[in-house]
Design a protein around this ligand. Structure first.
Ligand SMILES: *[C@@H]1O[C@H](CO)[C@@H](O)[C@H](O)[C@H]1NC(C)=O
Length: 144
């Protein structure tokens, strides 16, 4: 089974699933849910926080933001300083072959752009800020 570049998972998380046309969204969702469920207890998030995430909506509670931070950390996208780890993202992306190199490139570009924004020190707030960036970049590229 094809594994997913971590950046794709992040992109999926932040509502640009259209980027990854041609890859197994079901598998990505399964991985996302697995990690989200183990994160829920860790951050004290509620079912409604998980629902926000699944529905690709902004987090409505602080715990919801922390849920996203936890999921991003479990995928290695958010490092221990609470910053987007583009190196890890790139490495994973290179490790696997995207079905669509043009979209892979775009996903990496969005990752790089969003890694450049300044985010709050708080990891949960940072995860939400990165999410908002992914979403607006995707919109800018006409991907939403
Ligand atoms: C986390 O990533 C940021 C940005 O790439 C980097 O400056 C920082 O040193 C990293 N922290 C750790 C602990 O790896």
């Amino acid at each position: 089974m094809q594994r997913l570049p971590a950046i794709f998972v992040a992109v999926l998380l932040f509502s640009v699933a259209v980027l990854v046309r041609g890859f197994d969204e079901k598998e990505a969702m399964a991985k996302l849910m697995e990690s989200a469920e183990s994160c829920m207890g860790e951050v004290g998030a509620a079912q409604s926080d998980l629902q926000d995430l699944v529905k690709k909506q902004p987090a409505s509670t602080y715990e919801g933001k922390c849920l996203r931070a936890c999921v991003m950390k479990s995928f290695g996208l958010l490092n221990s300083s609470g910053k987007l780890d583009t190196e890890a993202g790139h490495e994973k992306a290179k490790q696997y072959t995207g079905d669509d190199p043009a979209k892979l490139k775009l996903a990496l570009e969005i990752g790089d752009t969003c890694a450049g924004i300044s985010v709050p020190e708080d990891h949960c707030e940072a995860a939400e800020a990165y999410g908002a960036c992914f979403k607006s970049e995707a919109t800018k590229h006409g991907l939403m």
